[in-house]
Design a protein around this ligand. Structure first.
Ligand SMILES: [Zn+2]
Length: 232
């Protein structure tokens, strides 16, 4: 996998706010870099998926329907804290259909970044569970804020709609109902994951994807993810 030219994004200690270390130009370059990476992970192929990061009252967001691995820093939209567009790219791009969903994570959870992935692992688990994904006894659970390795962790699954923006109401309700979850799954579609800053949103997206992949494999092996594969 090739890497983009942008590699000057500072990383910080986990207890600090990684977003605070970013200039707006760096935030734009970060989104380009992450979309490039996520494309090669199969999370945002076919222009699917989305990503945004919040710097104070300004939200930097990737555009809709654009090849995620070929975006430029100048292709980003800037939204205000209410989700209104304050800066548009020079090209005739549209704001991501994810915008109303991202705003729920920003407003209800004080998120610093939100990642929407069309990961195959996320999509497949929504076909194997009813309305909640459950897993426990996994070391990778420790990567989710407020969750321990032996906790039974629940992630809500909402039904897909013909248009992404129509998911907003049910996603808002699911966020309220499952306060320990840092993600919402969408049936036959993918997952939205957020975090206090861009690093936490990224690492939680990686942890959740691992947990979804683990559950799929465990079910293939006849093991129960709710017990972490243990017999009791
Ligand atoms: Zn989507």
């Amino acid at each position: 996998m090739s890497t983009p030219a942008y590699s000057n994004i500072p990383t910080v200690a986990p207890h600090l706010d990684a977003n605070a270390a970013l200039s707006e130009q760096q935030a734009r370059e970060l989104l380009v870099e992450l979309c490039h990476q996520f494309y090669h992970q199969g999370w945002v192929t076919g222009t699917g998926g989305g990503i945004s990061v919040r710097l104070g009252e300004r939200i930097i967001m990737a555009p809709s329907g654009v090849q995620k691995e070929r975006m430029l820093p100048s292709d980003m939209f800037v939204l205000d804290a209410e989700g209104g567009v304050v800066e548009s790219p020079d090209k005739p791009f549209k704001v991501s259909a994810c915008q109303p969903l991202f705003m729920h994570a920003y407003k209800k959870r004080d998120a610093g970044a939100v990642i929407h992935s069309h990961s195959m692992n996320a999509m497949l688990v929504t076909l194997l569970y009813d309305d909640v994904f459950r897993i426990s006894n996994m070391e990778m659970l420790k990567g989710i804020t407020g969750v321990g390795a032996f906790d039974l962790h629940e992630v809500p699954i909402i039904e897909n709609t013909a248009h992404e923006a129509e998911l907003a109401d049910t996603m808002g309700a699911a966020i309220d109902k499952y306060p320990k979850s840092q993600a919402v799954l969408v049936r036959g579609h993918g997952v939205y994951v957020w975090g206090k800053d861009w690093i936490k949103a990224k690492t939680q997206s990686e942890c959740y994807d691992y947990l979804f992949a683990a559950a799929l494999r465990m079910k293939e092996l006849g093991l129960n993810p709710e017990t972490g594969g243990l017999s009791s």
